[in-house]
Design a protein. Structure first.
Length: 321
């Protein structure tokens, strides 16, 4: 169809596998290396990591390309799901979208949690998990409803050919939504794009309140507690900036919708930007949260030292020989 497919497949394979490894490692570190004082917050980190891990898995499965066809949207999948069926690809696409929106809600919960523990005692782990489940419901509802919007594969291919006669999609796996103006599809768009604005506003507001509380705490809060709070705040602030890649992906979608640029580049780049989010999220914990950073650095040093020792021994053996 064009020369981007092999590069696109390689990019998504590497990015997805790297994201899976980072998030799996973070789950292990949280479960085994978290101090007792942050066990409850660890529930949120684990939920984040599992959500991001699943995003990477489904991204690896679908490797999606988005094509605007008038009021409709077509999706070309070049991942392993294409070996199964178009229906399986569409279901995987719906699942990855709902994990993306759930990740946004988790970010809001994380900021709310940091503010809550500054004015009240740390909640029990089961209460934290219950809150996550409650906020998962909007994403789950959207996930259930959007399944009804998929059109048959042959109709999806005809839709692409009608708008892009030069595209040969006969041998590709194509799914589509007939119109984005249907209530279910529109609800999906509002949930993905519209909800992000008030969530971002709430996050900025909560961050300001947390900083004020830390400044006002003075001598009543131990230096260690303040440092721990600041570490979490830095990690969350970093994570709050990461969704800018959703904005870039959404921009690729909109410039097609407005017919500003409507070629392979924005069609491929939409999900190329999205997949960076679940890679950068776990990195924020490894960079800013001291127990996790220490584990990561110590293991890197150990591996580097072991490798250097093996090289030194090999060189010594060659010299003796």
């Amino acid at each position: 169809m064009d020369g981007f497919i092999n590069y696109f497949r390689a990019y998504h394979s590497i990015a997805s596998l790297y994201g899976c490894a980072l998030n799996a490692l973070l789950v292990y570190v949280v479960l085994t290396k978290s101090p007792k004082s942050i066990k409850s917050y660890g529930v949120l980190v684990i939920n984040f990591s599992i959500t991001d891990f699943l995003i990477c898995i489904f991204n690896l499965i679908i490797m999606q390309r988005i094509i605007i066809c008038g009021d409709g949207v077509a999706y070309i999948s070049i991942g392993p799901c294409s070996l199964h069926s178009a229906r399986f690809c569409f279901i995987s696409f719906v699942l990855i979208l709902h994990f993306y929106t759930h990740s946004f809600w988790l970010l809001l919960i994380s900021f709310s949690y940091r503010y809550y523990v500054m004015i009240k005692s740390e909640p029990k782990m089961w209460k934290t998990q219950l809150l996550v489940c409650i906020f998962y419901l909007p994403s789950l509802f959207r996930n259930i409803n959007i399944h009804t919007q998929n059109v048959p594969e042959e109709s999806a291919k005809k839709m692409v050919m009608a708008y892009y006669p030069s595209y040969d999609v006969s041998q590709l796996t194509v799914t589509a939504v007939a119109t984005v103006w249907d209530f279910t599809a529109l609800y999906c768009c509002i949930h993905v794009v519209g909800v992000s604005v008030p969530i971002a506003f709430a996050i900025v507001t909560l961050r300001g309140k947390i900083l004020k509380k830390l400044s006002a705490a003075g001598q009543t809060t131990s230096q260690r507690s303040k440092q721990l709070q600041l570490q979490f705040l830095k990690a969350l602030t970093f994570q709050a900036c990461i969704p800018v890649f959703y904005l870039w992906g959404g921009l690729c979608f909109m410039i097609q919708q407005w017919n500003i640029i409507n070629n392979a580049l924005p069609q491929y780049f939409c999900f190329c930007f999205f997949i960076l989010v679940p890679i950068l999220n776990p990195m924020s914990s490894f960079i800013f949260i001291t127990p996790y950073r220490n584990f990561f650095i110590s293991n890197l040093k150990r591996k580097f030292t072991t490798t250097s020792t093996k090289i030194s021994v090999a060189h010594s053996s060659d010299f003796i020989t």
